[in-house]
Design a protein around this ligand. Structure first.
Ligand SMILES: *Cc1c(COP(=O)(O)O)cnc(C)c1O
Length: 389
């Protein structure tokens, strides 16, 4: 036996704060409790059939069994560019301004390797998707957390970032519609981000995973719609949430050519691109009938209405989301995030995510995902009502 010693890189990772809730969940499950899981941001509905059919056909074609092109198939990148034009009226050059990803998480985790030297600084929102911070740390960089507060509609206060930090920062990660707060960005905010990026020479990475998941006629905006945004950064996008394709691993990044190309350079040294049959199915998703997206959003809107009415009736405080499938709920008096999550799990068999798992500024909240059907959501409300808090 040799001695196995993990790298400082792994040893210095922040503690995995969902570990305790995962352990409790296993324990409650063992007791035979019928658990309702609102914890994970993974759509429960299947991938639309026409996308599956496209994969089946493409999977049988031997031309797709060989290594794909590193930066993505010309046709997939073209479909992405056409989709951005249709959806956001943003012009993209498919050759230089689009890169295909093996899920957007892959690109988000790898991009700091293209720009961060040991000791360099990145600005990351807290609470936030944990991959931004981890990617920066894996590249040897340091994270400065921009806290998101309710008072500021869960948008970072760029004016509160100390000049010396802004001066040292090379990258900024933001995400709207936001996971976990479900907040949405305004055009004015994105304009502020562009001018902040220009004054401090910071590359903006906007994570747009949820722009297609919205309700009540609200249509989320792309960062790239903002004047000059394409000169300061890129946007990450994913087919995962829009088309219920989390298991397929397909996403993309678009924007400033030098940034996209540097990300592509990192990737070409690590992976060999996404399975072409999946890219072909992805083209079908982006270019095909979008009725499936509307139908899913209608379902989420109905679920949201049930959950929101119920939670309000119970006296819990939250902002009703315009987008994403998350509800970001203030913990009631007397509970921390973890205590409230533990209470709901052990007393009512309901899994929610404690907000502090998304960063220190998430303390005081829990996140519920709309990933179970309407009847189950009614039961969530009934269970909380009879358990109390
Ligand atoms: C789900 C999610 C992603 C992406 O996922 P992939 O499946 O890797 O494309 C990215 N960012 C946020 C904030 C998410 O919630």
């Amino acid at each position: 036996m040799i001695k196995i010693e993990k790298s400082d890189r792994l040893n210095s990772l922040p503690p995995y704060l969902f570990k305790e809730i995962d352990r409790q969940k296993e324990e409650v499950k063992k007791q035979g409790v019928d658990i309702i899981d609102l914890g994970v941001g993974d759509p429960d509905m299947p991938t639309p059939q026409h996308i599956i059919d496209a994969l089946k056909q493409a999977a049988s074609d031997p031309a797709n069994h060989r290594y794909p092109s590193y930066s993505g198939m010309e046709d997939f990148n073209g479909a992405v560019a056409r989709w951005y034009k249709r959806r956001f009226n943003v012009d993209l050059d498919p050759l230089n301004e689009v890169v295909t990803l093996i899920g957007s998480k892959e690109g988000i985790a790898h991009i700091p390797l293209a720009f961060i030297n040991p000791g360099d600084m990145a600005l990351v929102s807290s609470p936030g998707y944990p991959v931004y911070d981890i990617g920066v740390k894996f590249a040897g960089g340091e994270t400065y957390f921009m806290n998101l507060f309710k008072e500021n509609n869960f948008l970072p206060d760029l004016g509160a970032i100390p000049d010396e930090i802004a001066g040292k920062a090379k990258m900024m990660f933001i995400n709207y519609p936001n996971n976990p707060t479900s907040a949405v960005a305004t055009e004015g905010f994105f304009q502020e981000v562009v001018s902040f990026a220009k004054s401090h020479n910071i590359i903006i990475c906007h994570d747009a995973a949820y722009t297609e998941m919205a309700f009540d006629g609200y249509s989320p905006i792309s960062f790239l719609e903002t004047k000059d945004a394409k000169t300061v950064g890129i946007e990450f996008h994913s087919l995962s949430k829009t088309y219920n394709m989390t298991g397929w691993r397909i996403g993309f990044a678009v924007g400033r050519a030098e940034v996209i190309q540097a990300l592509g350079q990192v990737k070409s040294n690590i992976d060999s691109g996404a399975f072409q049959a999946i890219q072909i199915a992805g083209i079908t998703a982006l270019e095909g009938d979008q009725t499936c997206v509307k139908a899913m959003n209608r379902e989420y809107a109905e679920r949201l209405d049930i959950l929101a009415k119920g939670l309000s009736g119970l006296g819990l405080s939250f902002e009703k989301p315009k987008a994403t499938f998350y509800v970001w709920i203030e913990t009631p008096a007397g509970y921390t995030s973890s205590e409230f999550a533990t209470h709901l799990l052990t007393k009512a068999g309901i899994v929610v995510t404690p907000g502090n798992g998304f960063g220190a500024a998430g303390e005081g909240y829990v996140r519920m995902a709309l990933t179970v059907g309407k009847e189950r959501l009614k039961e969530v409300i009934e269970r909380i009502r009879s358990t109390g808090f």
